[in-house]
Design a protein around this ligand. Structure first.
Ligand SMILES: NC(=O)c1ccc[n+]([C@@H]2O[C@H](COP(=O)([O-])OP(=O)(O)OC[C@H]3O[C@@H](n4cnc5c(N)ncnc54)[C@H](OP(=O)(O)O)[C@@H]3O)[C@@H](O)[C@H]2O)c1
Length: 132
């Protein structure tokens, strides 16, 4: 879980940094999860509160933290993380839940197409900033 969800981000980001530095508007989007939000998993009003996914949640907290740390380390590159919303994919197929991937992809596209003055080091869902 950590190898794919956290260390994988480091591998791909480090490999991409030389290309990102050559871009006029370098932008990195990390598909994290609100299951990795300390605010959400400790909030009884949130569905994440009842999710018994300790390792997945911890790996996504790491993914969001990596976004913040990369944003601080590379001020010229935008790094933002997101919660896509519950989506019907292979990951959720066993539970029969989630909206169409095209709907969730809208948030990814919004963050991937930010202008040069767009935010960096944020964690968002379709409504905007999400608490950590
Ligand atoms: N679905 C949701 O409701 C939901 C909610 C919150 C966050 N997310 C996040 O959204 C992202 C996409 O998930 P999804 O829902 O689209 O699930 P998915 O359909 O299962 O897709 C996961 C993708 O990750 C790839 N993958 C898995 N292990 C890998 C590895 N070790 N190296 C390289 N690629 C690997 C898979 O490739 P192969 O197909 O080749 O195995 C697959 O393309 C994930 O980060 C997930 O945590 C999803």
């Amino acid at each position: 879980m950590f190898d794919t969800n956290a260390v994988g981000i480091v591998r791909v980001t480090e490999a991409a940094l030389p290309l990102l530095r050559r871009s006029a508007n370098p932008t990195v989007v990390t598909v994290s999860s609100s299951a990795g939000s300390f605010w959400a998993v400790t909030n009884p009003d949130r569905p994440e509160f009842g999710l018994p996914l300790a390792l997945y949640s911890a790996s996504k907290a790491a993914a969001t933290m990596l976004t913040v740390q990369y944003a601080k380390a590379h001020p010229g590159i935008k790094f933002n993380a997101l919660e896509p919303g519950t989506t019907a994919t292979d990951m959720t197929a066993a539970f029969g839940i989630g909206r169409p991937p095209a709907e969730s992809a809208a948030t990814v596209v919004r963050l991937a197409t930010l202008g040069p003055d767009g935010p960096t080091g944020t964690f968002q869902d379709e409504r905007g900033d999400l608490p950590w």
